[in-house]
Design a protein around this ligand. Structure first.
Ligand SMILES: *Cc1c(COP(=O)(O)O)cnc(C)c1O
Length: 381
């Protein structure tokens, strides 16, 4: 089969694919249809936490698939309950809603915030403040939450009720809170798609404080930053923040689709029966995959993730590098597409985020592979 031709004929033209057909992978390595090897510094956009076809992960998935693959949410299943418990135990959050993607995890957060504001303030207080350059998903509501006009224009009207603050502008944020009827604030600790921009600690603390002062729902989108990516289990843990809602997805399932919306003490009981749902949410195979991923993200492993991030920053100290842990943005002199192309020609797969080169390697990438990949990247920069 001519895969590239068939794909171009039958797939909706939404994706600008690289001229690369990946046929299999092992750890941080993958192979194309000619058997050529690549070091993958993308991990499926931060999804394959333990790389390709990790044996421990694959065993957990295969075992669950051959035991019970799906039941619907009309019944109890063990992986779903155990995963919710693990997420709550390790974050201090109180309840979890499971979905299938980051966008859905954020949709749930928006619904929770609106319901909270309607109950505690008024039905007029439905506005949610997000940040410019943010990215929260592709559904009409999460597109509206995404503070980048380029994503909006062709799909109007979007869900109303989103206001955009300038990242790191505390006064601007305070103005929006004080001059509008607001339900909550939603932000990423490191803006991923928006250019791997780490928010300042004073700004994060101010956002949390404003939420406390005005009884707003403080929501942190950890879809990309979560599940060990930044060297802590969740990125908010670097700053000791306490959120009302944490959303996550991407790396959680290690390659299977699962999203989670974690609800803190103040908002834990916001949803009642019938308020929200998802056919696949908490699917036993995806939950077993996530349990396998999370249970391996212990302190020693997370320290190693942080060390690998430090290593990348040391090796690229001649360049402007942003991000946190193994979420890395690099300013390039050449157009980023050229850098990505020459890296690929030299056997290393990389991403972009706006005008920056973005690296999201598997968390367990071997040191030797990391060092080889960084040598190639440095030469191509
Ligand atoms: C990828 C991403 C999303 C959307 O996740 P999907 O699974 O593609 O719906 C939302 N927020 C952030 C921060 C992301 O990086």
């Amino acid at each position: 089969m001519n895969v590239k031709e068939t794909d171009r004929t039958y797939l909706s033209g939404t994706y600008n694919r690289f001229d690369l057909w990946i046929t299999r992978g092992k750890g941080a390595l993958c192979y194309d249809d000619h058997g050529r090897e690549y070091i993958d510094m993308t991990s499926g956009i931060g999804v394959n936490a333990f790389g390709y076809s990790d044996p421990v992960w694959a065993e957990a998935v295969a075992r669950q698939a051959s035991l019970l693959q799906h039941t619907s949410n009309l019944y109890y299943t063990e992986p779903c309950a155990a995963l919710a418990e693990m997420l709550c135990t390790r974050t201090g959050m109180k309840k979890v809603f499971f979905s299938n993607s980051g966008a859905e995890a954020n949709e749930c957060a928006v619904k929770a915030a609106r319901k909270y504001a309607a109950a505690h303030h008024s039905t007029e207080s439905y506005r949610i403040i997000t940040l410019k350059k943010s990215f929260h998903g592709r559904t009409l509501t999460t597109l509206a939450a995404t503070g980048q006009e380029g994503f909006h224009t062709r799909f109007l009207p979007l869900t109303e009720g989103f206001l955009y603050a300038e990242p790191n502008d505390i006064e601007g944020l305070r103005d929006l809170v004080e001059n509008n009827k607001v339900a909550g604030i939603l932000l990423e600790i490191v803006q991923g798609e928006g250019g791997v921009n780490l928010l300042s600690e004073p700004f994060l603390k101010a956002a949390e404080q404003l939420c406390r002062e005005h009884d707003l729902v403080f929501m942190i989108d950890e879809v990309q930053t979560g599940n060990g990516r930044t060297g802590e289990l969740y990125a908010y843990m670097h700053y000791g923040l306490s959120a009302d809602v944490i959303t996550t997805a991407k790396g959680l399932g290690g390659g299977l689709p699962i999203g989670a919306t974690l609800l803190g003490e103040r908002i834990a009981d916001i949803f009642e029966k019938g308020d929200h749902g998802s056919t696949f949410g908490g699917n036993p195979v995806c939950a077993a995959a996530a349990l396998s991923v999370l249970s391996r993200l212990d302190d020693a492993f997370l320290r190693e993730v942080a060390r690998k991030g430090d290593y990348i920053r040391e090796q690229l100290s001649d360049h402007e590098v942003s991000g946190l842990g193994l979420m890395v943005g690099i300013k390039t002199d050449k157009p980023v597409s050229e850098v990505i192309k020459s890296c690929m020609d030299n056997g290393v797969l990389c991403l972009s985020a706006k005008e920056k080169l973005r690296l999201l390697p598997p968390l367990n990438i071997e040191w030797e592979q990391l060092s080889r990949a960084i040598d190639v990247i440095r030469a191509c920069l």
